[in-house]
Design a protein around this ligand. Structure first.
Ligand SMILES: N[C@@H](CCC(=O)N[C@@H](CS)C(=O)NCC(=O)O)C(=O)O
Length: 212
């Protein structure tokens, strides 16, 4: 089996990258990492669009299959490595809660963040674009309130057990300060960032991004 992750520094690809490193801790999966230069729009070039026509990162290529969308990639990685820290719960409701959290990150929090840098996906008009961007600190703060009050149990998202929610939250939490969120209001997210930074998988992924 060949596995390749296409990702970029500062992107949500970090979630799947950390997940791959979690699996590597058990010595079970070799994978190739391809870092795209998003600042120079490499993800919009014809080479990458031949792989992922959506021109977004990440993409996970397993043999001939191209898998996109972070929640799907995380579940796939957990399913192929049940002996790793990513193991999925057998209980249907526990698994549904994991899906619920990751769906919220994908469909709501990531989109609220995209309004800051990619607002022209939604509006062309300059005044509308400025209004959309100006609202980002508020919408992202609202998302964080929801994460803290309704989702994150602590210390890990699902309580005492690490799960595929944790690399995802860590990747998105890295954007919060630049989105104008006052992190002092969100102690659970801050604690989560701290414990994630102690994991080998996170250290290793971040080192690869820095030296890439
Ligand atoms: N729903 C996708 C979102 C992927 C996505 O939008 N990635 C951003 C980077 S965080 C991207 O590729 N942006 C490039 C662009 O909009 O041009 C996922 O969860 O994987």
């Amino acid at each position: 089996m060949t596995t390749t992750l296409y990702t970029a520094a500062g992107s949500v690809g970090l979630a799947s990258h950390i997940a791959l490193e979690e699996i590597n801790d058990t010595g079970k999966l070799d994978y190739d990492l391809v870092l795209l230069d998003m600042q120079n729009n490499e993800h919009r070039g014809s080479n990458y669009k031949a792989i992922n026509p959506k021109a977004r990162v990440p993409s996970l290529i397993v043999n001939e299959t191209v898998l996109t969308e972070t929640p799907a990639m995380l579940v796939y990685l957990a399913q192929i490595a049940p002996e790793s820290s990513l193991v999925l719960p057998d209980d249907p409701m526990q698994f549904a809660l994991i899906q619920s959290f990751n769906s919220y990150l994908c469909s709501t929090v990531h989109i609220a963040h995209a309004h800051k840098y990619r607002g022209n996906r939604w509006v062309d008009d300059e005044a509308a674009l400025a209004a959309l961007t100006a609202n980002v600190p508020k919408t992202m703060t609202d998302c964080c309130i929801s994460l803290e009050e309704h989702f994150i149990e602590g210390p890990w998202v699902m309580g005492n057990t690490f799960s595929i929610c944790d690399p995802y939250l860590f990747s998105i939490a890295a954007w919060l300060e630049s989105n104008g969120v006052d992190m002092d209001q969100f102690q659970k997210i801050k604690n989560h960032q701290e414990i994630m930074l102690t994991r080998n998988s996170v250290k290793s992924a971040m080192q690869q991004l820095q030296s890439g």
